[in-house]
Design a protein around this ligand. Structure first.
Ligand code: 4F9
Length: 242
Protein backbone atom coordinates (compact mmCIF):
# COMPACT_ATOMS: atom_id res chain seq x y z
CA UNK A 1 0.00 0.00 0.00
CA UNK A 2 1.40 3.37 -1.11
CA UNK A 3 1.77 6.21 1.34
CA UNK A 4 -0.97 8.80 0.74
CA UNK A 5 -0.21 12.16 -0.84
CA UNK A 6 -0.14 14.52 2.13
CA UNK A 7 -1.56 17.99 1.42
CA UNK A 8 -1.12 20.37 4.33
CA UNK A 9 -2.99 23.65 4.14
CA UNK A 10 -1.91 26.70 6.12
CA UNK A 11 -5.03 28.78 6.67
CA UNK A 12 -6.83 30.94 9.20
CA UNK A 13 -10.11 29.29 8.12
CA UNK A 14 -9.80 25.49 8.08
CA UNK A 15 -13.61 25.16 8.42
CA UNK A 16 -14.01 26.55 4.89
CA UNK A 17 -12.63 23.27 3.53
CA UNK A 18 -15.14 21.01 5.26
CA UNK A 19 -17.74 21.03 2.50
CA UNK A 20 -15.61 20.50 -0.62
CA UNK A 21 -13.20 18.00 0.96
CA UNK A 22 -15.77 15.80 2.68
CA UNK A 23 -17.96 14.82 -0.23
CA UNK A 24 -17.85 12.67 -3.31
CA UNK A 25 -14.49 11.80 -4.79
CA UNK A 26 -12.25 13.66 -2.35
CA UNK A 27 -14.05 12.03 0.55
CA UNK A 28 -13.59 8.57 -0.93
CA UNK A 29 -9.93 9.24 -1.76
CA UNK A 30 -9.27 10.08 1.88
CA UNK A 31 -11.16 7.02 3.09
CA UNK A 32 -9.04 4.90 0.74
CA UNK A 33 -5.93 6.59 2.14
CA UNK A 34 -4.85 7.80 -1.28
CA UNK A 35 -4.65 11.40 -0.10
CA UNK A 36 -4.56 12.98 3.32
CA UNK A 37 -5.43 16.60 4.14
CA UNK A 38 -4.15 18.33 7.25
CA UNK A 39 -4.87 21.88 8.29
CA UNK A 40 -2.47 24.14 10.10
CA UNK A 41 -4.02 27.30 11.48
CA UNK A 42 -1.21 29.81 11.64
CA UNK A 43 -3.06 31.73 14.34
CA UNK A 44 -1.92 28.89 16.61
CA UNK A 45 1.63 30.07 15.91
CA UNK A 46 1.02 33.69 16.93
CA UNK A 47 2.47 33.88 20.41
CA UNK A 48 1.50 37.38 21.57
CA UNK A 49 -1.43 37.67 23.95
CA UNK A 50 -3.86 38.79 21.22
CA UNK A 51 -2.59 36.07 18.83
CA UNK A 52 -2.11 38.72 16.16
CA UNK A 53 -1.62 37.45 12.61
CA UNK A 54 -1.74 40.79 10.80
CA UNK A 55 -0.59 44.36 11.29
CA UNK A 56 -0.68 47.75 9.58
CA UNK A 57 1.57 48.25 6.54
CA UNK A 58 4.95 49.97 6.85
CA UNK A 59 4.83 53.16 4.81
CA UNK A 60 1.15 53.63 5.59
CA UNK A 61 -1.93 52.92 3.56
CA UNK A 62 -5.16 51.09 4.13
CA UNK A 63 -5.69 47.49 5.11
CA UNK A 64 -3.78 44.94 7.12
CA UNK A 65 -0.84 42.79 6.14
CA UNK A 66 -0.20 39.21 7.30
CA UNK A 67 2.81 39.08 9.60
CA UNK A 68 5.72 36.80 8.70
CA UNK A 69 6.40 35.05 12.04
CA UNK A 70 3.20 32.97 12.48
CA UNK A 71 3.39 31.74 8.90
CA UNK A 72 7.10 30.97 9.24
CA UNK A 73 6.56 28.91 12.38
CA UNK A 74 3.51 27.13 10.95
CA UNK A 75 5.56 26.26 7.87
CA UNK A 76 8.38 24.80 9.96
CA UNK A 77 5.83 22.68 11.83
CA UNK A 78 4.20 21.52 8.59
CA UNK A 79 7.54 20.63 7.01
CA UNK A 80 8.50 18.54 10.04
CA UNK A 81 5.59 16.15 9.40
CA UNK A 82 7.13 14.64 6.28
CA UNK A 83 10.32 15.47 4.35
CA UNK A 84 10.54 16.90 0.82
CA UNK A 85 7.53 19.17 0.78
CA UNK A 86 6.74 21.37 -2.21
CA UNK A 87 5.63 24.68 -0.67
CA UNK A 88 3.06 26.62 -2.67
CA UNK A 89 1.59 30.09 -2.10
CA UNK A 90 -1.80 30.94 -3.59
CA UNK A 91 -1.71 34.46 -4.99
CA UNK A 92 -3.02 36.34 -8.06
CA UNK A 93 0.64 37.17 -8.76
CA UNK A 94 1.61 33.51 -9.25
CA UNK A 95 1.96 31.27 -12.27
CA UNK A 96 -1.46 30.58 -13.78
CA UNK A 97 -2.48 27.09 -12.69
CA UNK A 98 -2.89 24.66 -15.59
CA UNK A 99 -3.46 20.93 -16.02
CA UNK A 100 0.23 20.34 -16.78
CA UNK A 101 1.19 21.75 -13.37
CA UNK A 102 -1.57 19.69 -11.70
CA UNK A 103 -0.08 16.56 -13.24
CA UNK A 104 3.38 17.45 -12.01
CA UNK A 105 2.15 18.17 -8.47
CA UNK A 106 0.25 14.86 -8.34
CA UNK A 107 3.63 13.09 -8.47
CA UNK A 108 4.76 14.64 -5.16
CA UNK A 109 4.28 12.93 -1.80
CA UNK A 110 3.88 16.13 0.20
CA UNK A 111 2.42 19.53 -0.73
CA UNK A 112 2.04 22.54 1.55
CA UNK A 113 -0.43 25.20 0.40
CA UNK A 114 -0.34 28.62 2.02
CA UNK A 115 -3.53 30.69 1.94
CA UNK A 116 -3.09 34.42 2.31
CA UNK A 117 -5.97 36.48 3.60
CA UNK A 118 -6.94 40.06 4.30
CA UNK A 119 -5.34 42.69 2.10
CA UNK A 120 -2.00 41.01 1.60
CA UNK A 121 1.02 39.40 3.20
CA UNK A 122 4.49 40.45 4.18
CA UNK A 123 6.74 40.17 1.14
CA UNK A 124 9.33 38.11 3.06
CA UNK A 125 6.92 35.13 3.04
CA UNK A 126 7.75 34.73 -0.67
CA UNK A 127 11.30 33.64 0.19
CA UNK A 128 10.05 30.43 1.83
CA UNK A 129 7.94 29.08 -1.00
CA UNK A 130 8.91 26.96 -4.01
CA UNK A 131 6.04 28.03 -6.22
CA UNK A 132 3.36 30.73 -6.41
CA UNK A 133 0.09 29.76 -8.09
CA UNK A 134 -2.83 31.84 -9.35
CA UNK A 135 -6.08 30.17 -10.42
CA UNK A 136 -6.98 33.11 -12.69
CA UNK A 137 -7.04 36.84 -13.12
CA UNK A 138 -9.42 37.83 -10.37
CA UNK A 139 -9.10 38.68 -6.71
CA UNK A 140 -10.68 36.43 -4.10
CA UNK A 141 -11.35 37.11 -0.43
CA UNK A 142 -8.42 34.82 0.35
CA UNK A 143 -6.35 31.94 -0.92
CA UNK A 144 -8.68 29.24 0.49
CA UNK A 145 -10.89 28.76 -2.57
CA UNK A 146 -7.79 28.71 -4.77
CA UNK A 147 -6.21 26.05 -2.51
CA UNK A 148 -9.38 23.94 -2.81
CA UNK A 149 -9.28 24.15 -6.59
CA UNK A 150 -5.60 23.21 -6.75
CA UNK A 151 -6.18 20.34 -4.29
CA UNK A 152 -9.13 19.00 -6.27
CA UNK A 153 -7.33 19.14 -9.62
CA UNK A 154 -4.24 17.42 -8.16
CA UNK A 155 -6.15 14.81 -6.13
CA UNK A 156 -8.10 13.45 -9.10
CA UNK A 157 -4.79 12.72 -10.84
CA UNK A 158 -3.45 10.61 -7.99
CA UNK A 159 -3.53 6.99 -9.18
CA UNK A 160 -6.62 5.18 -7.88
CA UNK A 161 -8.65 8.28 -7.04
CA UNK A 162 -10.86 8.14 -10.14
CA UNK A 163 -10.59 4.42 -10.70
CA UNK A 164 -8.80 2.56 -13.49
CA UNK A 165 -10.47 4.27 -16.45
CA UNK A 166 -8.60 7.45 -15.54
CA UNK A 167 -5.22 6.68 -17.06
CA UNK A 168 -6.21 7.39 -20.65
CA UNK A 169 -7.97 10.65 -19.84
CA UNK A 170 -4.89 12.86 -19.91
CA UNK A 171 -2.74 11.46 -22.68
CA UNK A 172 -1.10 13.61 -25.37
CA UNK A 173 -4.03 12.90 -27.70
CA UNK A 174 -6.55 14.82 -25.60
CA UNK A 175 -4.28 17.38 -23.96
CA UNK A 176 -5.20 20.96 -24.92
CA UNK A 177 -8.42 19.68 -26.47
CA UNK A 178 -11.94 20.53 -25.27
CA UNK A 179 -14.31 17.61 -24.72
CA UNK A 180 -16.52 16.32 -27.53
CA UNK A 181 -20.32 16.64 -27.09
CA UNK A 182 -21.94 13.84 -25.09
CA UNK A 183 -25.49 12.53 -25.00
CA UNK A 184 -27.52 10.05 -23.04
CA UNK A 185 -31.14 8.87 -23.14
CA UNK A 186 -33.73 9.90 -24.22
CA UNK A 187 -33.01 9.90 -27.97
CA UNK A 188 -35.28 12.91 -28.43
CA UNK A 189 -35.97 15.63 -25.88
CA UNK A 190 -37.90 18.87 -26.53
CA UNK A 191 -37.46 18.20 -30.25
CA UNK A 192 -33.67 17.87 -29.95
CA UNK A 193 -32.23 14.59 -31.21
CA UNK A 194 -29.02 12.75 -30.50
CA UNK A 195 -26.69 12.66 -33.56
CA UNK A 196 -27.46 9.43 -35.48
CA UNK A 197 -23.79 8.46 -35.72
CA UNK A 198 -23.73 7.73 -31.98
CA UNK A 199 -26.42 5.06 -32.42
CA UNK A 200 -24.71 3.46 -35.42
CA UNK A 201 -22.52 1.03 -33.51
CA UNK A 202 -19.58 1.92 -35.81
CA UNK A 203 -16.89 2.36 -33.21
CA UNK A 204 -14.24 3.81 -35.55
CA UNK A 205 -16.69 6.28 -37.11
CA UNK A 206 -17.88 7.37 -33.68
CA UNK A 207 -14.29 7.98 -32.58
CA UNK A 208 -13.62 10.03 -35.74
CA UNK A 209 -16.81 12.07 -35.19
CA UNK A 210 -15.87 12.78 -31.58
CA UNK A 211 -12.34 13.78 -32.53
CA UNK A 212 -13.69 16.13 -35.20
CA UNK A 213 -16.18 17.74 -32.81
CA UNK A 214 -13.49 18.23 -30.18
CA UNK A 215 -11.12 19.79 -32.70
CA UNK A 216 -13.78 22.11 -34.16
CA UNK A 217 -14.98 23.14 -30.73
CA UNK A 218 -11.45 23.90 -29.58
CA UNK A 219 -10.71 25.90 -32.74
CA UNK A 220 -13.86 27.99 -32.30
CA UNK A 221 -13.90 28.51 -28.55
CA UNK A 222 -10.27 28.35 -27.55
CA UNK A 223 -7.94 29.43 -30.34
CA UNK A 224 -5.20 29.79 -27.69
CA UNK A 225 -5.41 26.03 -27.00
CA UNK A 226 -5.93 25.11 -30.63
CA UNK A 227 -2.67 26.65 -31.74
CA UNK A 228 -0.81 24.44 -29.25
CA UNK A 229 -2.21 21.23 -30.78
CA UNK A 230 -0.03 19.03 -32.93
CA UNK A 231 -2.53 17.92 -35.58
CA UNK A 232 -2.18 14.55 -37.28
CA UNK A 233 -2.95 14.20 -41.00
CA UNK A 234 -6.23 12.56 -40.00
CA UNK A 235 -7.04 15.60 -37.81
CA UNK A 236 -6.42 17.94 -40.72
CA UNK A 237 -8.65 15.83 -42.94
CA UNK A 238 -11.44 15.84 -40.32
CA UNK A 239 -11.28 19.61 -39.98
CA UNK A 240 -11.69 20.07 -43.74
CA UNK A 241 -14.86 17.92 -43.90
CA UNK A 242 -18.08 19.90 -44.72
C1 4F9 B 1 -5.19 33.33 -5.26
C2 4F9 B 1 -6.66 34.74 -6.51
C3 4F9 B 1 -5.01 32.56 -6.39
C4 4F9 B 1 -6.44 33.92 -7.61
C5 4F9 B 1 -5.62 35.12 -2.90
C6 4F9 B 1 -6.92 36.85 -2.83
C7 4F9 B 1 -6.03 34.43 -5.31
C8 4F9 B 1 -6.23 35.27 -4.12
N1 4F9 B 1 -5.63 32.88 -7.53
N2 4F9 B 1 -7.03 36.35 -4.08
N3 4F9 B 1 -6.08 36.11 -2.14
Amino acid sequence: MNEPLLIQILTLFPEMFEGPFNHSILKRAQEQRLIEFRFVNFRDFAYDKHRMVDDTPYGGGSGMVLKPEPIYRALQAAKAVKPDAKVILLTPQGEVFKQERARQLAAYRHLILICGHYEGFDERIRAWVDLELSIGDYVLTGGELAAMIVSDAVARLVPGVLGSENSAVHDSFTENLLDYPQYTRPFEFNGMKVPEILLSGHHAQIEAWRRKQALKRTAERRPDLFQKLVLTEEDQRLLKEE
